[in-house]
Design a protein around this ligand. Structure first.
Ligand code: CMP
Length: 443
């Protein structure tokens, strides 16, 4: 024990100190086994007078038998030593083991490397035990080096007939929307990767910190946004069976009444209204195209129209004593600008494009017939506006849930009252009786 401690402190720890890293535990263990074995031989020779040459010869035979019995463990052990010495990855690094390139990829955080296996904690939260020989024969991608984050990408193939500008806008906004939901994803972009046989291959790229979100979870989040945006825009991924007229329709209708109608049906505010009202509205709403960073609404300006986001991503930004604050991120199918339209008050917040965007503009004369014919839509709208105003207020000062509900009711009634003045219609006067609190809030 003394000798093995001596070797540990004078040799391994010394090497560790010089290289600035702790020597792998596996090496201590192997030295210990060798030292104990040598001491065993010495004791046998000195105490029991066993001839050393005979003992070594016998132990070689025993070693041979044991070696034969555990022959599959030997390469694992040596691979374990090599992996430990190699320092290509170490405990708590996030790695991807690519066995037979392109076919099997195993990702996870390294939790242990012992004499037989490497233990990975997978993004799904289970433990994967990989024999060291498999790891040392594979390509290992260490996502934690040189720094802890890595660039990831996701491929999406869309038909040739989808204009590339439009595809990039939709995909770029989808990945940007995912990045707004977590700090683990940043620096997002969408690019054309190649022209495939089925269509144009797009690459969604993003930086990810796997320590904060596993690559599988990030992919799930991003593809969820992509699927939602594709559904709303009517774009379908390229497929050999896709009928080309579908694509033609979806491109041809970009920004026109059919496009607007499809979108309006997805807007929570309008979803329950009879289709003929929506079809009428859809014919009267022009589009506004925005580049990343463009403001669509500026706080304090007068406003006579509201918007429905068709493609892209926008942020609702307010001024607080501590500077600007994004109170909401709105994705396609969300509406905004309704407060000024309804009440005639100046814009309560700024709305800025976070990615290239396309919005439909609904002015007072277009929405009026719809609200006149559907008082419940007016109520829904005032309730949503009230909820948003309170959410913005709450962003600066917190309130209890019961206070919030009370404040929501009175704010909703106030907005409805303001609407009656603005539209000059008595039917928007304060509602009678209890009303369900609407849950239509920001994106
Ligand atoms: P308006 O005041 O006309 O212009 C700014 C718009 O931002 C506002 O209408 C709302 O549609 C929207 N808005 C303001 N606050 C919020 C919020 N907290 N959540 C979502 N949207 C908001």
């Amino acid at each position: 024990m003394f000798v093995s401690r001596l070797i540990e402190h004078l040799f391994w720890r010394q090497i560790g100190r010089q290289s600035g890293k702790l020597a792998p535990r596996l090496l201590f263990q192997i030295t210990n086994v060798l030292v104990y074995f040598a001491m065993g031989l010495c004791m046998a020779a000195l105490l029991f007078k066993v001839p050393l040459t005979g003992a070594i010869a016998t132990s070689s035979v025993i070693g041979l038998v044991i070696g034969f019995a555990v022959k599959s463990l030997i390469p694992d052990t040596f691979s374990g030593i090599a992996l430990n010495l190699d320092q290509g990855f170490s405990i708590s690094d996030f790695i991807q083991v690519i066995n037979r390139p392109g076919t099997i990829r195993i990702s996870g955080r390294v939790t242990n490397i012992n004499w037989r296996s490497t233990y990975l904690e997978t993004p799904e939260g289970s433990v994967m035990v990989i024999p060291n020989t498999v790891v040392s024969e594979s390509i290992v991608l260490n996502l934690s080096k040189p720094d802890t984050s890595g660039e990831f990408e996701q491929i999406v193939t869309l038909d040739f007939q989808i204009p590339t500008d439009r595809a990039l806008r939709v995909l770029g906004a989808a990945v940007a929307a995912a990045a707004r939901e977590t700090d683990a994803i940043w620096d997002t972009k969408a690019r054309i990767s190649e022209i495939g046989t089925l269509g144009v291959v797009y690459k969604i790229k993003y930086m990810l910190d796997p320590a904060r979100m596993g690559p599988g979870k990030a992919k799930h989040l991003i593809l969820g946004h992509v699927a939602r945006q594709l559904e709303l825009t009517g774009i379908t991924p390229a497929s050999s069976t896709l009928v080309s007229t579908d694509i033609w329709d979806c491109n041809h209708e970009l920004g026109n009444a059919a496009h607007a109608l499809r979108l309006l049906k997805h807007v929570s505010l309008f979803a329950k209204l009879p289709e003929h009202y929506l079809a009428l509205l859809a014919q009267r709403i022009p589009t506004r195209e925005l580049r990343t960073g463009d403001p669509l609404i500026t706080a304090g300006d007068p406003g006579e129209s509201m918007f429905v986001l068709g493609e892209g991503l926008v942020a609702v930004r307010i001024d607080t004593p501590n500077g600007e604050l994004d109170v909401a991120t709105l994705t396609p199918g969300n509406f905004f600008g309704e407060m000024s339209l309804l009440t005639g008050e100046p814009r309560s917040a700024s709305v800025v494009a976070l990615a290239d965007a396309l919005a439909f503009e609904i002015d007072k004369s277009a929405i009026l017939p719809l609200l006149e014919g559907n008082p419940q839509a007016a109520e829904l709208m005032s309730s949503a506006a009230a909820a948003r105003r309170l959410a913005s207020d709450a962003a600066s000062k917190a309130k209890r849930p019961d206070e919030l509900e009370e404040a929501h009711k009175s704010m909703s009634a106030k907005i409805l009252g303001a609407m009656s003045n603005f539209f000059g219609k008595s039917k928007y006067a304060e509602p009678k009786g209890p009303r369900a609190v609407n849950k239509v809030v920001n994106g």
